[in-house]
Design a protein around this ligand. Structure first.
Ligand code: BGP
Length: 487
């Protein structure tokens, strides 16, 4: 059977500046550039961000390849540490302006919509060292200054803006679980950072509302939504899943879409003595500057159970995990290579949650994908990687997304992580996600089987659903072509 998607659906893929460009001609180091300088052993095979996938030098050829695999939209990010010379004054670097103009113009020349994000974990490290990074409200204001420059420089051609990618990952990585520099463990600071990032996003949106002259212009945020499912229907497990959802999903979603944080979560922070410092003026900025569109990164669900120890156990610090524990559900489907559960039905749940609890705001899948290591295992005689597992992964997710759209959820696109295999933080090049492979020694790029397959989907706006899948999950009665979809 075939599923028809709307004609103006975004078929695309996402990367970020720090993961693709390389450090060429960049004035400032971001937190990951710096971390690699001081501790290269923390990175898989000691590969750092210096070259990444060389996009700074090869953007023209790379964008031509995106065209070749049929993408009509492409997300990347502008690096704060590249664009801004004087971080206090917000003055711009001319080479960076030339570069980002060239990238945007090249996308448009190829008929690819440039979707631009402003922060993808890549805070300039000097702001961390001088002010404590996102702990500081001064840094919040500097971010808004950087954002304003981006809107003024590129807003005549860029219509689709996003303020942050996965803010929760900054909170978790840098302030709780030590997978982002500066690897602090401090629950109170973590909660403050979450608030400050929500505020920074709202202040950037305020700057957008003031500066944007493009009638097509829209702004949003990209959140990693990880639906939390309880191990059992018993009240203790339900409570664990409820808190996990509040922390992992609702905190940023509510702030971005509704302009306020979930009261229940605020009360828990208060009771636990970790509530953020906030002023009435700031809360008003958050209230008045909500998003137009939402990007949802979805990779895997979260299975949780009641904590095995009491919440008032003596711990050195406050961790959200005091209210829930991971649950390894027997029999779950896995991407065994990466160690993540595969549960595409969660996309349907996300779609309905947005429809029912978030004003059915227009949204798109801004990242989804399957990371696999040592993909050269799947090279065929012609030198092409036969990544049938990735094709199946995308088919399954599009199938459940379509079901959600059929129920009225206002989804306008699907972006894979990532177009061209790119550098991924401390995992460096361990997990490959792309439609196109990169040889990190020669920078030769080769389209994988999934890239050619995706072109077929994008060109026809049609997904061919394999019989096995229909047999397993049934035939959706789809009429999504006639649905109203923005963009
Ligand atoms: C997402 C990030 C991306 C990318 C991806 C894959 O959460 O937004 O930047 O890194 O994860 O990550 P990994 O290579 O660690 O599997």
């Amino acid at each position: 059977m075939k599923i028809d998607f709307p004609k103006d659906f975004w078929w695309g893929a996402a990367t970020s500046g720090p993961q693709s460009e390389g450090r060429f001609n960049k004035k400032h180091a971001n937190v990951f550039d710096y971390w690699y300088e001081v501790e290269p052993a923390a990175f898989f095979n000691q590969v750092g961000p210096d070259t990444a996938s060389n996009f700074y030098n090869s953007y023209k050829e790379d964008i031509a390849m995106l065209k070749e695999i049929g993408l009509n939209s492409f997300r990347t990010s502008i690096q704060w540490s590249r664009l801004i010379d004087d971080l206090e004054e917000g003055t711009v670097n001319e080479d960076a302006v030339r570069f980002y103009n060239a990238v945007i113009d090249e996308c448009l020349a190829q008929g690819i919509k440039p979707v631009i994000n402003l922060l993808h974990f890549d805070l300039p490290v000097v702001l961390q060292h001088k002010y404590g990074g996102w702990e500081s409200k001064h840094v919040v204001d500097l971010f808004a200054k950087f954002a304003r420059q981006c809107f003024q420089l590129f807003g005549d051609r860029v219509t689709d803006w996003f303020t942050f990618n996965e803010p929760l990952v900054i909170v978790d990585g840098a302030y709780l679980y030590q997978f982002h520099y500066p690897k602090i463990v401090d629950g109170k600071k973590a909660v403050q950072v979450a608030y400050n990032i929500a505020l920074a996003s709202a202040k950037a949106i305020a700057a957008f509302r003031e500066t944007n002259v493009n009638p097509q212009g829209k702004i949003g945020i990209i959140l990693n939504l990880t639906p939390s499912y309880p191990a059992t229907e018993e009240p203790e497990d339900l409570a664990a899943a409820h808190f996990a959802n509040l922390w992992m999903n609702d905190m940023f979603l509510d702030a971005a879409v509704k302009g306020s944080f979930p009261q229940e979560l605020v009360s828990i922070f208060e009771k636990d003595g970790v509530l953020w410092d906030a002023t009435n003026e700031e809360l008003q900025v958050i209230r008045e500057n909500t998003i137009d569109v939402l990007g949802v990164n979805f990779y895997h669900p979260n299975r949780v159970q009641r904590p095995s120890v009491s919440a008032d156990s003596l711990a050195v610090d406050w961790l959200p995990a005091r209210y829930f524990e991971d649950y390894a559900m027997p029999g779950r489907r896995m991407n065994v290579d990466k160690g993540w559960e595969i549960y595409p039905q969660a996309l349907y749940d996300i779609a309905l949650n947005i429809r029912d609890n978030y004003n059915n705001i227009p949204w798109f899948v801004s990242e989804n994908g399957m990371g696999v290591s040592r993909e050269e295992r799947y090279l065929n005689a012609e030198g092409m990687i036969e990544d049938d597992y990735r094709i199946q992964f995308i088919q399954e997710h599009l199938y459940w997304l379509a079901k959600g759209m059929e129920q009225g959820s206002n989804c306008f696109g699907y972006h894979l992580w990532t177009p061209i295999d790119c550098w991924s933080w401390t995992n460096a090049y361990r997990n490959r996600y792309g439609f196109i492979s990169t040889n990190i020694h020669t920078q030769v790029k080769t389209i994988k089987k999934s890239g050619f397959w995706f072109r077929g989907v994008a060109e026809t706006d049609q997904l061919e659903v394999p019989d096995a899948l229909v047999k397993k999950w049934g035939e959706p009665s789809l009429d999504i072509m006639s649905m109203h979809v923005i963009s």
